[in-house]
Design a binder for this molecule. Structure first.
Ligand SMILES: [Zn+2]
Length: 588
């Protein structure tokens, strides 16, 4: 009897998972395709009983629970039935795990052929001691040795009529084909977050716990389809908290960082702000967070953004609060998908490396550096069909956008000339020295819209750097006199830019143009510089060439011209071509 799974008979000491194990098929959530078929088989007269079942699926999805329900249905004193009474002696003993005719074997700890022979083969021919059927539930059956499988196979080939085998496995591919072919197979799916929440709510009600809804969503996501994990997290959090269980308790149990920090980290990645990313990393470390777990969380957060940017429906995202999803949609719209995938890839690689390397902090800092320094522009326009969506999301998420737009960045480029172009109201409210962080994202969208309207205008704007966004005006700094003139001295161009920006922001806004020094410009991130080289070469060399993907050009340019010298050489090359094309230097 030592092979039987140990059962704790003391209800009070049982874990939530054991205490609230479903006792009828109707209680098993998220596996209706399995429970429905099994119920029908048990309901039919005479019951259609197969002698070997294989339950496949991830851990914690209800395989063993369902196996016990089959055993109950077959052996209930009122049965065979799909709805066991749960009151008779057999039902109660099966639920407790003490029924002599229902044997649960953990193959993980009984892999050898001798054990299989002792427990199964030798006794399989005896008639049931109490019930109608002897039910063998073999958990993690893929762990059996090949000899054990062979011994089992002989029994499966000619099973006595009163015996039912239920084999459960998380790794179906490791079960020999000869065994598979003799079983009726059922595939258990990961339980959806909605179903997990439904299950958690039942337990919370029974246990009279006070749990916030956001905390439930957090558990459901962390459980990754396993009801057992979800209940275990809930139980630990309930023990940890004094009173209401909030997301904070859940994060403490999971050792993970809060959504707020992940969101800020994502903002830093969008802005390619290495300093901020590293500061946030340090903040998490100082709070005692596990860096490896944080990378997993950040990777999963960015994965959600990727899914959102594709417009896919995701059950993981559906359980999040609406304002959180809005903020995520906004962040997703500011990323180039390819860069997002690259960053996720980088995070996964670092997380893998952390398993073999104890220098987690160093690895993490290095990764943050790589993710914010990638040569490819992080925020480059998406394909045209996505742009209107991105715009509407931006205006829908008003509060978070305001937050993004008021981040401080200390250095402001020097300005030689400052000329105001039709601000819709006085710009006195613009705070000097403040560079709104979110304007890079806005500018990406401006460039995308401009590119659709005029390749030439787009090329000119690539030279501009957005330096400030106030209530009334967007300030642009041009590195090149020619491009500056092209906007400032041409009413049509000026109006086009103003209309694009106003359209994206959702209210009339002016444009302020200034001419900055090359030095000032080179202190800014490589995004604009790289883009202006590729865009410039394209427009200058082939004015009528079809528009290409700016990101692709950015990569090839950066790959070919790695040093700053190369960049300025390319820029002067561009200027020379344009000047020769338009000797007057004036706008068209
Ligand atoms: Zn019963």
């Amino acid at each position: 009897m030592s092979l039987l799974t140990a059962q704790n008979s003391d209800f009070g000491l049982q874990s939530f998972y054991r205490r609230y194990r479903p006792q009828v098929f109707g209680d098993v959530v998220g596996q209706e395709h399995v429970t429905h078929t099994l119920s029908n088989a048990l309901k039919s007269d005479p019951p259609r009983v197969n002698h070997a079942y294989l339950f496949c699926g991830p851990r914690g999805t209800g395989k063993t629970t369902t196996a016990r329900l089959v055993a109950k249905g077959l052996n209930c004193e009122q049965g065979p039935t799909a709805t066991p009474c749960c009151k008779c002696d057999m039902c109660l003993r099966i639920a407790r795990g003490s029924a002599m005719d229902v044997l649960e074997i953990d193959a993980a700890s009984n892999t050898g052929v001798d054990k299989v022979r002792d427990v199964i083969i030798e006794k399989v021919n005896y008639a049931p001691a109490e019930g109608r059927y002897r039910v063998y539930i073999i958990d993690e059956v893929h762990q059996l040795s090949i000899h054990a499988f062979n011994a089992l196979l002989k029994t499966l080939e000619e099973p006595p009529p009163h015996v039912v085998f239920i084999l459960a496995t998380t790794e179906t591919h490791k079960v020999p084909g000869t065994i598979l072919s003799r079983c009726q197979r059922f595939d258990f799916r990961p339980i959806s977050p909605e179903h997990i929440i439904q299950r958690l709510k039942t337990v919370i009600k029974e246990e009279k716990l006070d749990v916030e809804l956001t905390a439930l969503g957090r558990i459901a996501r962390a459980a990754e389809g396993s009801a057992r994990d979800a209940l275990s997290i809930l139980e630990q959090a309930a023990a940890y908290s004094e009173g209401t269980v909030t997301e904070i308790e859940i994060e403490a149990v999971l050792g993970s960082v809060g959504h707020e920090l992940l969101s800020e980290m994502t903002d830093a990645l969008i802005r390619k702000d290495t300093r901020q990313a590293v500061l946030l990393l340090h903040r998490a470390v100082n709070q005692g967070k596990d860096i490896q777990q944080m990378f997993l969380d950040l990777g999963s957060h960015l994965r959600d953004l990727l899914i959102l940017s594709l417009g896919c429906d995701s059950q993981d995202i559906n359980v999040l609060p609406a304002e959180m999803v809005n903020k995520m949609k906004e962040q997703a719209s500011l990323f180039n998908r390819r860069s997002l995938a690259d960053i996720i890839d980088e995070l996964c690689r670092a997380e893998r490396e952390m398993r073999a390397n104890s220098q987690h902090r160093l690895l993490a800092e290095l990764t943050m550096f790589k993710c914010t320094q990638s040569r490819e522009p992080v925020s480059v326009s998406e394909p045209a069909r996505d742009e209107p969506k991105a715009v509407s999301i931006l205006s829908a998420a008003e509060p978070s956008r305001e937050r993004l737009l008021t981040k401080r960045i200390p250095s402001e480029p020097k300005v030689h000339v400052e000329a105001e172009v039709e601000a819709s109201a006085p710009v006195a409210s613009a705070t000097p020295g403040v560079l709104p962080a979110g304007i890079d994202g806005l500018w990406t969208q401006v460039l995308a819209v401009a590119r659709k309207q005029s390749v030439r205008l787009h090329a000119v704007l690539l030279d501009a750097t957005p330096v400030n966004l106030s209530e009334n005006a967007l300030s642009l700094e041009f590195a090149n006199q020619f491009h500056y003139d092209h906007i400032v001295e041409n009413t049509a161009n000026k109006d086009t830019v103003r209309q694009i920006v106003s359209g994206l922001i959702g209210k009339p806004i002016g444009i302020k143009c200034s001419l900055g020094s090359q030095t000032a410009k080179s202190t800014r991130s490589g995004v604009t510089r790289t883009a202006s080289v590729s865009g410039g070469e394209r427009t200058g060399g082939q004015p009528d060439a079809p528009d290409k993907d700016a990101a692709e050009n950015g990569v090839s340019a950066a790959d070919g011209v790695s040093a700053a010298d190369g960049v300025s050489a390319a820029m002067s090359l561009f200027d020379a071509k344009v000047v020769s094309e338009r000797p007057s230097g004036q706008s068209s």
